[in-house]
Write a protein that binds this ligand. Structure first.
Ligand SMILES: [Zn+2]
Length: 297
């Protein structure tokens, strides 16, 4: 078959891509309608369809992780079911819901309808909050808080300094003073930290008494004991203890150091936290739990 001339391809490709994107979006919306996935978003407050995307969990990751088809769907719900208005996925919206529960606003104190409206009340403006790694949907709301700090980790940037307006912090050894935060938020971050115990200890150090670390991690139902998948040796080299896995691709992305099991609350208690698990326990159909680790008064 003769190849189409290049100019024709150039002309048609954007339209073809656009059509493809439109079809995908239409299918996502129809699915949300069919499955009645319309709800009030706990982040932005819009009443919107929550768009499920099965393809967000790549087959290679499912294979390496040994996920059953049911678990793949549960993880896909956690990572997608994204609010069509603000993009917050299920785990982000659940984090928002937990924050709303923990910090009621107004007089008498009541639950705010969304994190966005919550952040406009005067009470949260007193809150010293830090988000380590961006949580889409949650991040946009928290930036309304005057004492909010957003941090990310880059190995090529000095810790405690700012690159492009973002503070650089390593969760295992943050540069913040002791007892400097009321609220620390992380989502799908702790599994990528090379030294989990160091990270949990440092989070506890920078939390003020009564302060909370609200977070999500990937947790496999049926795994009883948290285990290390990879470690970093004293010479700085990455060593795999079992099949290496990266997120999000399976083979590509950020290496996973810790695989969490149902003993996570016990580990947190051993590290000196009071623990609450919201939306738990993890089952084959729901893996989007939110953990609250509170530093005792
Ligand atoms: Zn939203």
């Amino acid at each position: 078959m003769p190849r189409p001339p290049r100019w024709l391809k150039r002309l048609l490709l954007p339209a073809w891509n656009g059509g493809h994107r439109f079809t995908r979006r239409a299918v996502d919306y129809l699915d949300a309608l069919r499955l009645r996935r319309f709800e009030r978003c706990a982040c932005c407050g819009a009443f919107a369809p929550m768009l499920y995307r099965r393809r967000i969990i790549p087959p290679r990751l499912a294979e390496l992780w040994g996920l059953s088809p049911r678990l793949v769907e549960a993880f896909a719900r956690k990572e997608s079911c994204a609010c069509a208005a603000c993009g917050a996925n299920l785990r982000a919206r659940r984090i928002a819901r937990v924050v709303l529960d923990l910090y009621p606003v107004g007089d008498p104190p009541a639950l705010a309808r969304s994190l966005s409206s919550w952040a406009e009340h005067p009470e949260p403006h007193q809150l010293r909050a830090v988000e380590v790694n961006r949580i889409d949907g949650v991040h946009e709301c928290l930036t309304k808080l005057p004492r909010f700090i957003f941090s990310d980790f880059r190995e090529d940037v000095q810790r405690g300094t700012y690159a492009h307006g973002v503070r650089n912090e390593d969760l295992c050894s943050m540069t913040f003073p002791d007892s400097s935060f009321d609220l620390i938020l992380t989502s799908e971050t702790l599994e990528h930290v090379p030294d989990l115990a160091a990270a949990l200890a440092d989070v506890r150090r920078v939390l003020a008494p009564g302060g909370r670390h609200v977070f999500t991690v990937p947790l496999l139902p049926g795994v009883d004991r948290t285990f290390a998948r990879s470690v970093v040796d004293a010479d700085g080299k990455l060593r795999h203890l079992t099949t290496p896995i990266c997120h999000p691709g399976g083979d590509v992305g950020y290496p996973v150091f810790t695989e969490f099991g149902s003993d996570l609350p016990d580990l947190l208690r051993l590290m000196g936290y009071e623990v609450e698990v919201h939306f738990g326990p993890a089952t084959e159909d729901d893996v989007a739990q939110v953990f609250v680790a509170r530093k005792p008064d």
